[in-house]
Design a protein around this ligand. Structure first.
Ligand code: NAI
Length: 344
């Protein structure tokens, strides 16, 4: 079993080497991303393994299909970069539905704490022996209201963390969880109430047609003055231009972004020697109340271990049985549910 592993980073290799040996797979690590121009590098392989910013559009799928690639294994949960409809009948798409909701939820809280307690400012100051406290006044999270959009695996862990801080949670989900709303510290509400009542809004839903730009100009208009926007989910959930305008007008008090709509040409790479062409991102980064991390919320040892284990077991299991519990169908659900008619 030979696997073309696109967008390989040094931190991917130790765990994938281990699980590659365990499942008897040869991994061909490729530093380049998967695109129409690089798809042919998968020649001679049985499967390709990709990450969030690889391009798996119709043209790439057709190329891989012609090369005889049977399996596309996503080493992530989100699959908005794959043309699922086009993949149907050509290539089986497998994913890692959950590898560590704690990694992402804890990173979201780390960003929030950094922002509200100005840790990023203090860190730079004390390195320069500047021990002044001016401008570092924060606020207590205890007693504040956090709006959580998406109450799946990560959203629920984030809610637990917030409850530990003594916060009140207003949640919105298209498919609410039956046992989450306790009528007190956690309540499901409609988006309008979430926007108008929350001091902090954290996004934990997938990127779909419904959720694209869920934080836009009209959503921000409904928000409290000084609202903090946290996005550790997918960049395009937030209209970056509207966010920038909200920050300039002081409507938005702070933003913490682990993801960005136009991140694919920038994130995960060292661009420190280059002129940043994206003026919106450059302006956001220049703001004292914006913290940007480059899609690192997943990056813990625990998560990398789980990603490698599930990805290799997905691929190996598929080639053995022609089935995989983590196969996706074109409607965005699970392929097994699709076969049995339970697909949503
Ligand atoms: P999940 O599938 O367990 O939960 C997603 C929740 O969003 C579900 O409860 C679903 O009902 C809800 N949802 C779906 N459509 C919605 C809509 N239109 N409005 C409101 N809610 C909606 O997914 P999980 O594991 O919690 O991941 C959430 C997201 O986190 C992923 O989609 C991915 O984009 C992002 N993520 C980011 C990472 C990072 O490193 N920054 C790493 C892993 C995931």
């Amino acid at each position: 079993m030979k696997i073309a592993f696109f967008d390989a980073k040094p931190y991917d290799r130790p765990a994938f080497d281990r699980y590659g040996r365990k499942y008897g797979a040869a991994l061909k690590y490729l530093e380049t991303r998967l695109t129409e121009d690089t798809a042919d590098l998968a020649q001679g392989c049985d499967a390709v393994c990709v990450f969030v910013n690889d391009t798996v559009n119709a043209a790439v799928i057709d190329r891989l299909y012609r090369l005889g690639i049977k399996v596309l294994a996503l080493r992530c949960a989100g699959f908005n970069n794959v043309d699922m409809k086009h993949a149907f009948g050509k290539i089986h798409v497998l994913r890692v539905p959950a590898y560590s909701p704690y990694a992402v939820a804890e990173h979201a809280m780390a960003l929030l704490l950094t922002s509200v307690r100005r840790i990023h400012k203090a860190y730079n100051r004390t390195r320069d022996f500047n021990f002044s406290l001016s401008g570092l006044t924060g606020f207590d999270l205890h007693g504040k209201t956090v709006g959580v959009i998406g109450t799946g695996r990560i959203g629920r862990v984030f809610i637990d963390i917030c409850l530990g801080f003594g916060m009140r949670v207003l949640a919105y989900d298209k498919f609410p969880s039956p046992n989450l709303d306790n009528g007190g510290t956690v309540r499901y509400v409609e988006p309008g109430e979430l926007f108008s009542q929350s001091d902090i809004i954290s996004l934990h839903c997938p990127l779909t047609n419904d959720t694209r730009h869920i934080i836009d100009e009209s959503a921000l208009e409904k928000c409290k003055r000084g609202v903090i926007i946290l996005n550790t989910s997918r960049g395009a959930l937030v209209d970056a231009e509207a966010l920038l305008a909200g920050i300039k007008s002081r409507k938005v008090g702070a933003a913490c972004l682990d993801v960005y709509e136009e991140e694919s040409d920038l994130f995960f790479e060292d661009n420190s020697g280059h002129i940043l062409e994206d003026d919106t991102l450059a302006r956001l980064i220049s703001m004292p109340n914006v913290i940007v991390t480059s899609h690192q919320a997943f990056l813990t040892e625990d998560a990398l271990e789980n990603i490698a284990e599930t990805t290799m077991s997905n691929i190996s299991g598929f080639f053995e049985t022609n089935r995989c519990p983590n196969e996706l169908c074109w409607r965005g659900g699970n392929a097994e549910d699709c076969r049995t008619g339970k697909c949503f």
